[in-house]
Structures are given as structure tokens and as C-alpha cells.
Design a protein around this ligand. Structure first.
Ligand code: FAD
Length: 290
């Protein structure tokens, strides 16, 4: 269930590594998040069904049982059947995990999707039908999903997704808060009234910075581009400036009454901890753990 509180919430996203060494490193770093009072940790999933149980479910079990943290599991549906989803939902229920981020997933060229879930809204409705007590979140795109013809269609489809049973939305990463505020207004006009958690991804190294510059569809403000340019050959400064930029975004969002911040941690607990410690008083967290 979504944690009940009155102020904005802070949550983290982690992803399953693709090797045993990666798993060991990740569990060590995750242990460093154990004493933080995040609202939940979400565990991503590759869009490949055969990997799902060995990777996402295993990591989700670790977050839930060892970190004792409310856990959300990402579930892309394009390449799975209703029968497979039912089995995984039963497994999650047995593990006492009742939060799912219902996704369509990307359509991969050369692979024909299954027919059971065409859009994330189909998966959302199905989960709500078979597990009415589950909390279902959905993805949203302040700067429009790349498959959409235009903003209007994108928001109309989002409204359908929410009406199919979404309890809250989590945004794609963005670096320009004004894009988020515009999107919030469009949602309000479309009568989309569920909480919208803002997805924030701090830049912490050159490889990631280059990836963002080359592939990110998000608007990149002048101030942000200047940081990437000036510190591209200074890893320590790039990381510090990237984290400071993310904190600046978070302070502005919380000051403007955002429902929550979902931090894309890139599996870096030191970054997550640093941001947590520097923003904890802004959130509705347990006083003891601030
Ligand atoms: P949908 O909500 O189904 O939307 C997809 C497209 O279809 C949009 O353009 C939408 O406007 C359109 N559409 C929706 N309904 C209709 C309709 N009725 N008629 C016509 N068009 C429609 N991917 C992963 O593989 N694994 C992850 O763990 C993962 N985690 C993510 C977490 C977040 C917070 C976000 C924002 C994205 C994540 N993704 C992940 C990426 C996501 O799977 C892709 O962006 C995917 O292309 C779309 O998924 P969706 O759930 O948003 O799809």
C-alpha cells in the first residue's frame, strides 16, 4: 500500500545488475540505505520476460525482506501473457509485496508482442481485477512519450490509464522543472487527480553525462549543459555539480508542492544518501532517521 503521510514523499529506484558480482556489490550498497526512511524502493525490470524472476523478483525480495523497505516491482507487459502475470502477482502476494509499476515496455524491433496487454492501461486494469488490494502506479512523460503523436493524445491516453485503476504516476526523468509544472497543469485540466511523483536522475559521471547528451529526449537547460561542459574532464567536480543540480531541482519541486520525488539512484547508495541527508527536512520522513 502507499504509505499514508501528509507531506511530499521520497522514494528510490534501483535496477538488477546483470552478473553475480554486480548483485554482491549492489546488496552491499543497498545495505547502506537500510536506515533511511524512504517511502519505497522500486526495482526495475528488463523488457525480457525470461529474466524477470531471477533478477527483479530476487532483488525485490532483498529490498523487502532484508532492508525491510516497502517495495515496488516494475512490470513491463508487452511480451507477457495474462497467465504469466497472474503467476507473478501470486508470487508477489506470497512475498507480501503489493506495489506494482504497470508498464507496457518498449516495443523491440523484430519481436512480436503478446496480444494480452497492448497498453499499460490493460495491465493496470488486469492487476486491479485480480489483486484489488494492490497499489498500481503508472509511468508518465512530462515531455511526451516518443510514440505519441502530440501532447494532447499523450495526456488523453494518460487519463485512460488513470481511469483503468492507476493509484499514482511516476514521471520520466527531466532536467527542466518548468516542463514538469506545465505537465502538472495539463494533468489537472484533464482531470487526472492522482499523485504525480517527479523522477529525478542526478548526473554523477561522464559516461552518464554523454548518454544524456546523446540520447535524452528531455530539454536540457543552459545551466545544466554548462555543468556538463565545464566539468567533463573533472570527475569529482562533475559528480558534485550533478548532485547539487539535482538537489536544486528537488528543493524547487518540493517548494512548489510536488507530491513526491522518485530518485533514479543508478544503484549508487552514496549519491542517494547524500541527497537524502541534504533534503530530509523537506520531506515527510520519520524524525529519528533524518
Ligand atoms: P503506455 O502507457 O502504454 O504508453 C505507451 C504509448 O502508447 C504512449 O505513447 C501512449 O500515449 C500510447 N497509448 C497509451 N494508451 C493508448 C491507447 N488506448 N490508444 C493509443 N495509444 C495509446 N521500461 C522497462 O522495460 N523496464 C522498466 O523497469 C521501466 N521502468 C520505467 C519507469 C518509469 C518511471 C518510466 C517513466 C518508464 C519506465 N520504463 C521501463 C520505460 C517504459 O516501459 C517505456 O517508456 C515504454 O515505451 C512505454 O511504457 P508505458 O507504460 O508508459 O506505456
Amino acid at each position: 500500500m502507499i504509505k499514508t503521510n501528509t507531506g511530499p514523499r521520497l522514494s528510490f529506484e534501483v535496477f538488477p545488475p546483470n552478473s553475480q558480482v554486480g548483485v554482491d556489490n549492489l546488496t552491499n550498497t543497498l545495505d547502506e540505505l537500510k536506515d533511511l526512511d524512504q517511502s519505497f524502493i522500486s526495482v526495475t525490470c528488463s523488457n525480457h520476460k525470461l529474466d524477470y524472476e531471477k533478477t527483479t523478483i530476487d532483488l525485490a525480495a532483498y529490498v523487502h525482506d532484508t532492508l525491510e523497505c516497502p517495495t515496488m516491482v516494475h512490470m513491463p507487459a508487452a511480451y507477457v501473457t495474462k497467465q504469466e502475470v497472474s503467476r507473478i502477482l501470486d508470487q508477489l502476494e506470497e512475498m507480501h509485496i503489493d506495489q506494482v509499476l504497470a508498464l507496457r515496455g518498449d516495443i523491440i524491433e523484430g519481436f512480436t508482442p503478446e496480444k494480452d496487454f497492448r497498453y499499460a492501461s490493460d495491465l493496470t486494469a488486469f492487476i486491479k481485477q485480480v489483486k484489488p488490494n494492490f497499489t498500481v502506479s503508472g509511468a508518465c512523460y512530462p515531455e511526451v512519450h516518443p510514440d505519441s503523436k502530440n501532447r494532447i493524445d499523450d495526456v488523453k491516453h494518460l487519463k485512460q490509464k488513470v481511469d483503468s485503476g492507476c493509484d499514482q504516476l511516476i514521471t520520466q526523468l527531466f532536467y527542466d522543472n518548468d516542463q514538469f509544472y506545465r505537465f502538472q497543469e495539463e494533468c489537472a485540466i484533464a482531470d487526472i487527480n492522482v499523485p504525480i511523483l517527479a523522477g529525478i536522475m542526478p548526473i554523477i559521471n561522464r559516461k552518464q553525462a554523454l548518454h544524456v547528451l546523446e540520447n535524452c529526449a528531455a530539454s536540457l537547460p543552459k545551466k545544466f549543459l554548462a555543468i556538463l561542459d565545464k566539468y567533463k574532464d573533472n570527475p569529482v567536480a562533475l559528480k558534485e555539480a550533478g548532485i547539487a543540480y539535482a538537489i536544486d531541482q528537488i528543493v524547487d519541486l518540493v517548494t512548489n508542492d510536488v507530491d513526491g520525488i522518485h530518485l533514479y539512484t543508478m544503484n549508487k547508495s552514496d549519491t542517494a544518501r547524500h541527497i537524502y541527508q541534504n533534503t530530509a527536512s523537506l520531506f515527510d520522513l520519520d524524525d529519528v532517521k533524518k
